[in-house]
Structures are given as structure tokens and as C-alpha cells.
Ligand binder design. Structure first.
Ligand SMILES: [Zn+2]
Ligand SMILES: [Zn+2]
Length: 391
């Protein structure tokens, strides 16, 4: 190794200042001027990548990884990895980049905690879920390769990336999954193949010996179940020779309230069936789900499933979520009554057949104090609503 000149040492010091200031332009300049490796250490043994991860700076993390920064390197005195720092920052995108680059989620710090445990410790629940739900792309691409006697692979290779993204998603609300599938028509068109691959992945997770991951196995089963249901609806509609928006049919059925006008009875029954059909009935995860679902005053099947896959958390926290698809911190709210929130117009439109009664009630009551949340443009909305009523 070449001896470090004083100039180099100084410039390495400055990269940590640049990261601390979050100055991306200067950061790019610095990297452009530097040839060779970017595994710089500060006086505490922290790498530049670790600093950028701790700052939750996605762009800097990406640039360092592009330049070959070692994702598992570090001499931090408490054995924190870049992923630990990313987890503490609460930036799930940063954690995803690190995981994609090969960060080991099982690495522990000097007090025996993994990155996901540290994220949980500081209340970064979305990050916990992101790390726990992560699987490497190779797990999926394996099924795009022709094996043994096959004449055709299980999965067309063009679907590897969309399926990987689908599997990594943290929001497991069935409506959100269906809406996401609408934007990846390849998965929907090949629902039979894709659900078969998900079943194979499920089986693989359950047969890894000491590395068995029951939670991930259940997630694969769950995703396969949703896809198969969409596929079945499509089959039925194809037979009726009618053109229908399959995703919309599926979502509206799930969102239809039961007799009391509030509970999502159909969704609950549908998801309970999904749990019941999990093929590995001897495992702890299955037993825990059944125990909660059959307890006195049981939680909804959706919250039980969400708890299983994403940890101790339902769609019931103080955090606002979309009334249609459970997405956190939705950007919009119904401009008429201002009492329900949505991701966007699509979610609002999907929910209008349920919300319209409550909305009229709410909006004839005195208007609640407005807050800073963005409202959906009123004119746009009322024309939207008229269309809906007319249709
Ligand atoms: Zn939504
Ligand atoms: Zn409303």
C-alpha cells in the first residue's frame, strides 16, 4: 500500500465534512478528483459510506457504492456496519441500497444487535420492515434459468425485476398490492406462473434447515394467494366475455363494508382463508396467527398478517394512513369532508362508493379546523365525483 501523503489525508478528512454538510455538488467534485478506492476512514474507524448512511443521504450512498465502496467494511469500535447506520437514520431507501449491494442483515454490533433491531430500538418501523423483508435478487432470478429437464424456465427473465420489487414491498395491504400490480402488467398477465414461483420460494424458505425463515415463507404464500385470486377473477370474467378492470373489481370487493357499514367483512374472510391455506401448519408463525385470530375479540386478519410480516405493528398507529390501501402518510385528503386521507386520486376514486355516505354526513356538519395537509383540488374532485355518481 502506498504511503499516504499529508495532502491525501487532509482531503480524506474533508469528505467527512462534506457528508456532514450534505453538499452533494461538492461531494461529486470530491469523488471526481479522487481516483482509486473510496474506503476512507475517519479517526473513529468509520467509513465515508457509513457516514453517508448515518446521514440517510441516498444520493451519496449510491455514488459511493457505484465507486465500489465496501458495504461491509468498517472498524467502528462498537462494530456498527453501514447498515446499522442506515437503520438508525430511518431512511429505508438507503437501507435497500446497502442490502442490494450485499450488506449482511445478520451482522451484529458489539452489544449483539442487528441493524433491524437497532431500527426498532429507535422506532424506525418502516426501516425494520424494509430490512426484514429484504431478499437478494438472485433468489428470484434463480427461477428464470432453465433447470434440469425443463424446456422453459418457471419465470420469464423480464419478470425478475418486477417480481423482486413486488416481494420487497413493505405495504402488504391487498388493495395496495393489487394497485401496484396494475402498474406491472407483466406480473398480472403471468399471474399463474408468478404465483407458482412464489409457492416455490415459500417452500424453499421452509426447507433451509437452521436458516428457515417462516415469516418470509408466509409472505410468499400471501403474495401468491393475492395473485391467484386476481387470476381467478380474470378467468371468470374472460369466460363471461366481458371487459372488466380486474384490479378494480378485486379492490372494490375487498373494500365493501359488511352489514354494520364499517367492518371489512369480505376482506377479513378472504385473508382468513389465506392464513388457513398456508401449507406449513406445524410452524410457530402459523400457530401464532391462528391463536390471535381465534382469540376473544380478535384483531382483523389484515392486522394479524401485517404484524406477522412487518413486526409488531398494524394499520392502527397514530400515523395517518390511506383509507383505501393502508399506505402511510398519504398526501391528500377528501376535500369535501377533510376527515379521510388518500394517497392520490386513484385511491380516493376507489373508495368513493364506500365513503360517499359518510362524506355527505361529515360535510354537512361544521367543518373541522383545517390543517396543513394538501387538499385535493375541489373543482377537480367535484367533477370526479359527478362522474362517479353518473357512472
Ligand atoms: Zn392509497
Ligand atoms: Zn369526504
Amino acid at each position: 500500500m502506498e504511503a499516504k501523503t499529508e495532502e491525501n489525508a487532509n482531503s480524506e478528512k474533508s469528505i467527512f465534512d462534506i457528508i456532514a454538510q450534505g453538499d452533494l455538488a461538492e461531494f461529486k467534485d470530491f469523488l471526481a478528483q479522487r481516483k482509486g478506492d473510496v474506503n476512507f476512514f475517519d479517526e473513529n474507524g468509520m467509513t465515508a459510506l457509513q457516514h453517508a448512511a448515518y446521514k440517510g443521504n441516498k444520493d451519496m450512498v449510491q455514488l459511493l457504492l457505484d465507486r465500489g465502496a465496501d458495504v461491509n467494511s468498517g472498524k467502528h469500535e462498537y462494530n456498527y456496519t453501514a447498515l446499522h447506520f442506515g437503520a438508525l437514520s430511518g431512511n429505508s431507501e438507503v437501507c435497500k441500497l446497502l442490502l442490494d449491494a450485499g450488506a449482511k442483515p445478520t451482522a451484529t454490533n458489539s452489544v449483539g444487535r442487528t441493524a433491524s433491531q437497532m431500527a426498532a430500538f429507535v422506532g424506525n418501523h418502516h426501516t425494520v420492515a424494509t430490512i426484514n423483508n429484504f431478499i437478494p435478487r438472485t433468489e428470484i432470478s434463480y427461477y428464470s434459468v432453465i433447470q434440469g429437464q425443463q424446456t422453459e424456465s418457471y419465470l420469464p427473465s423480464i419478470l425478475v425485476d418486477p417480481l423482486h420489487k413486488f416481494v420487497l414491498g413493505v405495504n402488504i395491504h391487498p388493495v395496495r398490492l393489487a394497485l401496484n400490480l396494475q402498474h406491472t402488467p407483466g406480473l398480472l398477465e403471468n399471474a399463474d406462473k408468478v404465483s407458482k414461483v412464489l409457492e416455490l420460494l415459500c417452500k424453499r424458505e421452509m426447507t433451509r434447515g437452521s436458516d428457515t425463515n417462516e415469516v418470509m415463507a408466509f409472505k410468499y404464500h400471501y403474495l401468491a394467494y393475492i395473485l391467484r385470486e386476481l387470476h381467478n377473477i380474470k378467468d371468470r370474467k374472460d369466460k363471461e366475455e366481458k371487459k372488466h378492470d380486474i384490479v378494480e373489481l378485486f379492490c372494490k370487493r375487498l373494500l365493501k363494508p359488511g352489514k354494520d357499514g364499517v367492518s371489512l367483512d369480505f376482506m377479513d374472510a378472504f385473508l382468513k382463508d389465506c392464513v388457513r391455506e398456508f401449507p406449513y401448519r406445524e410452524c410457530t408463525t402459523f400457530h401464532q396467527m391462528v391463536t390471535s385470530l381465534t382469540s376473544k375479540d380478535p384483531p382483523t386478519a389484515l392486522s394479524v398478517i401485517n404484524c406477522t410480516i412487518n413486526g409488531q405493528r398494524g394499520f392502527v398507529d397514530a400515523i395517518p394512513y390511506c383509507n383505501t390501501c393502508g399506505e402511510e402518510k398519504p398526501a391528500k385528503k377528501c376535500s369535501k369532508c377533510k376527515s379521510v386521507q388518500y394517497c392520490d386520486r386513484q385511491c380516493q376514486r376507489m373508495h368513493w362508493f364506500v365513503h360517499k355516505k359518510a362524506c355527505n354526513r361529515e360535510s354537512s356538519a361544521p367543518t373541522p379546523a383545517t390543517n396543513s395537509k394538501a387538499n385535493i383540488d375541489t373543482n377537480e374532485l367535484s367533477s370526479e365525483l359527478q362522474n362517479l355518481i353518473a357512472g
